[in-house]
Write a protein that binds this ligand. Sequence first.
Ligand code: COA
Ligand code: ZN
Length: 309
Amino acid sequence: MNDSRAQVREVGLRDGLQMVKTILSAEQKLEWCRRMVAAGCTEIEVTSFVPPRIVPQFADSDEVARGALTIAGLHASALVPNLKGAQRAFDAGLKKVHYVLSASNEHNLKNVRRSTAESVDDFSNIIAARNESGRQDIKLGAGVATAFGCTISGHVDEQHVLRLVETLLKAGADEIAIADTVGYAHPGQVRKLMRQVLALTGDLPVTCHFHDTRGLGLANVVAALDAGVRAFDSSLGGLGGCPFAPNATGNINTEDTVFLLESEGMRTGIDIDALLAIREQVASWLPGEPFAGAIARAGLPKGFVSLTM
Ligand code: COA
Ligand code: ZN
């Protein structure tokens, strides 16, 4: 990816939908995917392989993953919390699987019912399962959640996050994601941590995952850009949050993130007007859910020229 391109990965179908009351049909989820691809957003985390009793929204994860694989141009990925989830994702045929653990041991215990150290061990098991299956085409991303602070335990030590990144790289991660699960990060902290993360990752892709809980989401994107990050997770209409982290709220908003990146001279390949139309459609499916975002409210500035269009 050259310097003037940035990647936006839609996580509304996963991070967004895990928080909403209405259960969408698999067909609605796939329609959302199809329209995102037509708008130029080809990286989508389409579902999460968790037990349906924990997140009923994802009882159809298999169907959604298989359906997503038939959409031309879509690079579909899914979140998995453990080896069983990873095996289900491999069986569905996905080529990108995102594993998540938390830097905060307390959040990890709440989220996946085991310690961070146990989750690190499970990542090695997932790498081994991928290697044994002969499916070297499957890329395994590793995400560090609560990397900037935790609503349960508070401060998260930067050196601890960096050691986790090193461990995950050593285990064989193909991508690293650094997540501010609960919206505690501020720009100075992001710039400092992400510079050090990029020094460890070399040529491997690195994605930042921000939530806008305290209004600093897009400021943190700018700070991550300064540090050299060129890939971001975001959610249409800013839906999202972790059901297992108190007071978590939505991701940074996809429409506003694309607007910011294009304004900063980064080509995203994504049509903002098309995103606004998809947002309207998705909002009509999810009555009563909080859809955030400035561009949907105020419109694009007169004369704004997207690098993509
Ligand atoms: N998908 C489907 N079923 C799964 C599964 C998965 N990923 N992981 C475990 N199970 C099943 C097991 O097979 C077992 O089934 P059984 O009772 O029929 O034998 C049962 O669930 C319990 O397995 P166990 O390994 O003890 O899981 P657990 O109850 O300790 O739960 C997690 C662990 C990780 C599955 C659960 O905490 C979880 O899904 N967390 C994710 C939360 C989330 O989505 N957070 C937001 C995103 S960051
Ligand atoms: Zn998130």
